[in-house]
Structures are given as C-alpha cells and as structure tokens.
Design a protein around this ligand. Structure first.
Ligand SMILES: [Zn+2]
Length: 263
C-alpha cells in the first residue's frame, strides 16, 4: 500500500534525527582500529559519556576544547602573529553524512511498504546498518556491539512475530538460514576469505530474509554478492588495485534492498 507524502516526510525527518543522535556518535566511537573511543582524536577531551553539552559538540562536529586554540600552528607563538584566521577542529564523520544516509534508508524502507514486525526489523537493520556501513568503509571493521545488537533485534522481532499469531513455524526458515549461512561463512573465514565481523553479521541478515521466504533469501544473498562485488570494484579502482576485501556494506545494502522489495 503506498504511503502518503506526509508520512514519508515524517519518516525522513525521523531518519535525520536518528542519524544525528545515534548513528553519528556510533560512527565516531567505533571508527578506530580496535575497541572504541569517547574522546576528541586531536586533544583527548572527552566527548561521549560526559553529558549533553559535550554530546552536542559531536553533533555539531566541533570540539570546543581544541577549537580554535589548539588549531593555531605551533609556530604562531614564535614569531607568528598568532592571529591568523583559524579553522575550527572538526570531529566525527563528514557533515550530514550519517544523517542523510540514515534518512534515505529509513525513507526507503517505509516507502517500500512493509508493516508490523517486519517493518520494525527492517528499520532496526537500516539504522544500525547505516552506522556499520560508514564504520566499515572508514576502518574496515564491524564492531561486535553493532553486529550483536543487529542479531538480538532481529531475533526479538521474529520471536515477537511468532508470539503474536504467526506461530512458531515462522522461525523455522530463519533458524535453518542462520545455520547454513553461518556455517558456510565460518568456513570461509577460516580460510581468511572474509573477516569475522562479516561472519557475525551475515547470519542475522539471512534470518531476516528467510523469514520472508526462501526466494527472498536467495535473491538477498545474490544481491549481497552483487553489491559486494561492485563495492570491491570501486575500492580497487580507488586504491590502485590492491585492497583488503571487506563486505559489510554489500551485505547490508543487498539484504535491505531485497527485504524491502519483497516486504
Ligand atoms: Zn579537541
């Protein structure tokens, strides 16, 4: 059923807000090689977990502790005038990037027209997926917290669907899909064909697709390969042919597009 333009506008606005308030901090926190960070990468001033004022700095991409003082060149005190116009020190992902990506994902999911538990699961993947795509593109990792939350959310929503009338048999296909995809990818990871983050993410996406039918799972996996391949081509072109393979964006975009279309 097509939605009204007003509802779609509300969905896009909510996507923008979630992008700013949740996806942006997640991308900031996890765009590090290991673990996570809560401080400005330039001056170690704490940005996350110390209240709303510091949090607002992250949303505005500006660390007040090193803007503008610490941005003055070191030479300024030794013969420089010290009064050159100074660029504020920017922190976190590029302006509007998480916001627009999340809004586009949420808008697309709502426009595709799923409802109920399926819509909730798609939106959950869209929001966490927006964060994971940006993190994976930036530092080639899928943090355990985000792959874990994705899996937990999809599992909860599928169980909710089963409890509210669809019956437990709706969990059979997702369970088989998790076993199959998880097993195959675990073997692939043993041979270092893909990273452990991908192995932790793919089974839950397969569960979502399988909940909609075997054909959806089939097309979803195919789309994941196609998007992953296209992403690899772009990466290879940009890096001059030598790239470490990473599949997070392909897995997420492929699963979401097919899940939404099949919705
Ligand atoms: Zn700073």
């Amino acid at each position: 059923m097509p939605h009204s333009p007003a509802l779609l506008a509300v969905a896009a606005a909510l996507g923008l807000a979630v992008g700013a308030l949740a996806v942006r901090p997640l991308v900031f926190a996890f765009s590090v090689e290991d673990g996570w960070r809560r401080s400005c990468p330039h001056c170690e001033h704490a940005v996350l977990g110390v209240g709303w004022t510091a949090y607002a700095e992250l949303v505005r991409r500006r660390c007040h502790n090193c803007s503008p003082v610490a941005a003055v060149p070191l030479t300024a005190g030794r013969g420089g005038t010290g009064s050159e116009p100074v660029q504020p020190v920017r922190i976190g992902p590029a302006a509007l990037l998480p916001e627009v990506l999340t809004a586009a994902a949420v808008w697309g999911i709502v426009a595709a027209g799923a409802s109920g538990w399926l819509l909730a699961a798609q939106l959950w993947v869209a929001v966490l997926g927006s964060a994971m795509v940006l993190i994976d593109l930036r530092v080639q990792r899928l943090p355990n917290l985000l792959t874990g939350l994705t899996a937990a959310g999809i599992a909860l929503l599928l169980v909710g669907q089963a409890l509210t009338g669809s019956g437990w048999q709706v969990l059979l296909r997702p369970a088989i899909a998790v076993g199959l995809v998880g097993g195959v990818l675990f073997l692939a990871a043993l041979y270092e064909l893909l990273g452990l983050g991908d192995v932790k993410l793919a089974p839950s996406l397969a569960a979502l697709l399988a909940a909609q039918g075997w054909a959806t799972l089939y097309w979803g996996v195919l789309a994941q390969f196609v998007f992953g391949f296209l992403q690899g081509l772009v990466q290879a072109a940009r890096a001059g042919g030598r790239v470490e393979p990473f599949f997070g964006p392909g897995l997420i975009v492929g699963a979401l597009v097919v899940s939404a279309i099949a919705g």
